[in-house]
Design a binder for this molecule. Structure first.
Ligand code: HEM
Ligand code: HEM
Length: 181
């Protein structure tokens, strides 16, 4: 709590950016998982690829904005109910979430461009940054898939912990990021 009795929160821009990013990641991730499956109809697969390739770079921009904002507006202190080791663990997971998202977006862009594929909406801005290179495309594809597994594990821990704080402990950690604006 602050001195006025208000719960301590991230600033509203940080909360808005968190929830928009969460929404986009929680749709881009399943879209990616489904679109690489065998036996999908062409229109469905094309639609998922189109969504995935065009939303991914938005996630990259949002993460960079969040990191800049985080430097300008430091997060509020943790409530006393959170022990020092817990706070450190949360900090490590948050840092790894940022890093994994950055790596996913960059490896996705490299995979698409080195594979000689279009990025549609983003081509005028970042098309042709990387020339065609099958070896690089394959390496980026393998790395992208590896990052996906790391991201899923981190998200399970992050969302699970947020739920425990929000629904069971009700200790004010969830409301640090709520409401979204
Ligand atoms: C239902 C889903 C989610 C819930 C309930 C949730 C909840 C929260 C809460 C309560 C915090 C504040 C924790 C604290 O103050 O220490 C937080 C921070 C954070 N969340 Fe989430 N989150 C969700 C989804 C996501 C997703 C999908 C991502 C990204 C992939 C994400 C990334 C982050 C990061 C990086 C922070 C740290 C913010 C900072 O200190 O800069 N969250 N989340
Ligand atoms: C930052 C958020 C991103 C997330 C969470 C994400 C997630 C995923 C996931 C889960 C897969 C399926 C991998 C598998 O199961 O093998 C995938 C595949 C793929 N993603 Fe992403 N991705 C992101 C960004 C991007 C970006 C920015 C691009 C390109 C512009 C991209 C292009 C691709 C491509 C082309 C595949 C198919 C991989 C292949 O067949 O080699 N992704 N992504």
């Amino acid at each position: 709590m602050s001195q006025t009795g208000e719960p301590l929160r991230y600033v509203s821009a940080a909360r808005a950016l968190h929830w928009v990013t969460a929404l986009l990641v929680l749709s881009t991730l399943p879209a990616g998982l489904v679109m690489v499956q065998e036996g999908l109809s062409r229109p469905l697969q094309n639609g998922l690829f189109l969504y995935h390739k065009n939303i991914g770079p938005i996630v990259l921009i949002l993460v960079m904005l969040r990191l800049v904002l985080r430097v300008l507006k430091r997060p509020p202190p943790m409530p006393d109910s959170v022990s020092r080791p817990q706070a450190i663990a949360a900090g490590v997971v948050h840092a790894l979430l940022y890093l994994t998202l950055l790596l996913m977006a960059v490896s996705g862009i490299i995979r698409v461009q080195a594979g000689g594929y279009p990025m549609e909406f983003w081509d005028p801005l970042m098309g042709g940054l990387i020339g065609r290179d099958e070896t690089l495309a394959e390496a980026a594809s393998a790395f992208h898939a590896l990052c996906k597994t790391v991201l899923i594990v981190l998200l399970a821990g992050h969302v699970g912990a947020a739920m425990i704080h929000g629904l069971i402990k009700r200790d004010g950690v969830f409301s640090r990021m709520w409401p979204p604006v």
